[in-house]
Design a protein around this ligand. Structure first.
Ligand code: ATP
Ligand code: ZN
Length: 225
């Protein structure tokens, strides 16, 4: 990891986590001067800068040492952690704090007309998902022999299109499932936004900044409880 004297936090540029991520950091006393392209925001109150990116890029940016911290859904973090492990490597990033917003669950959903009688019923099905590692892990653990169909988006329409029999996707209110004539059958992961960081704390100025930020964050999170 390169030596830097400023801490860098990656958050989602635009999406479900963006506003609350910014809000949380400002509650921690961080103020930023945003640059015109809004990819990089310079920290004015402390030597802590912001990078605005796609959520899926956040674990990789931490792994590469481009960023020290990131706010990302546990679903994204775990998926990438498992895919690193599947390559036989140890992930260089991990969850530091649960942040209490962006709550959802990764669930398997089946057509409404099917009666759900338990995991064994999923054997032989084609399950569409954008989370192949989390799904694969769960299927193995539950000894279900199903086929994974990897889709990058619009997973919920796969059963209607006939490209899959069931899906494994994020659910919050369940409205999307109902709109697609699906129902939740099994929960694989309870998710929320988390603060992710490098597995090894940097041993330069950033280490102290990280500690300061975590102290402030814990204070903010405690008040919210
Ligand atoms: P990006 O353009 O950054 O890749 P995205 O489309 O992948 O954005 P969003 O839809 O904004 O991501 O979701 C970001 C995160 O919000 C999800 O990874 C998840 O942790 C959380 N989330 C909470 N509720 C839901 C939900 N109902 N559906 C999808 N994600 C949800
Ligand atoms: Zn994304």
């Amino acid at each position: 990891m390169k030596n830097r004297d400023r801490l860098r936090i990656a958050i989602q540029k635009s999406g479900r986590l963006s506003d609350q991520s910014q809000d949380l950091l400002s509650k921690c006393g961080l103020k930023f001067r945003s640059s015109r392209d809004k990819l990089f925001c310079f920290g004015e109150s402390l030597p802590i800068d912001l990078l605005l990116v796609r959520d899926d890029d956040i674990p990789g940016l931490i792994e590469q040492g481009v960023c020290d911290l990131g706010v990302v859904g546990r679903n994204v973090l775990r998926e990438q952690e498992l895919s690193v492990r599947a390559r036989g490597e140890a992930p260089l990033f991990g969850e530091l704090r649960a942040l209490g917003f962006g709550r959802c669950r990764l669930s398997i959903a089946i057509p409404q007309e099917l009666e759900y009688e338990g995991v064994a019923q999923l054997s032989g099905l084609r399950i569409a998902t954008s989370y192949p590692s989390l799904l694969g892990d769960w299927l193995r653990e539950n000894q279900v022999d199903a086929r994974t169909v990897v889709l990058s988006g619009s997973v919920e329409i796969a059963p209607r299109l006939g490209t899959a029999d069931a899906i494994c996707d994020l659910v919050s209110s369940g409205a999307t499932l109902v709109a697609n004539q699906l129902k939740e059958a099994a929960i694989l992961l309870e998710s929320e936004a988390v603060l992710a960081g490098a597995s090894v704390t940097p041993d330069d100025e950033r280490g102290e900044l990280l500690e300061l930020l975590l102290r402030r964050l814990d204070g903010v999170l405690q008040v919210r409880e």
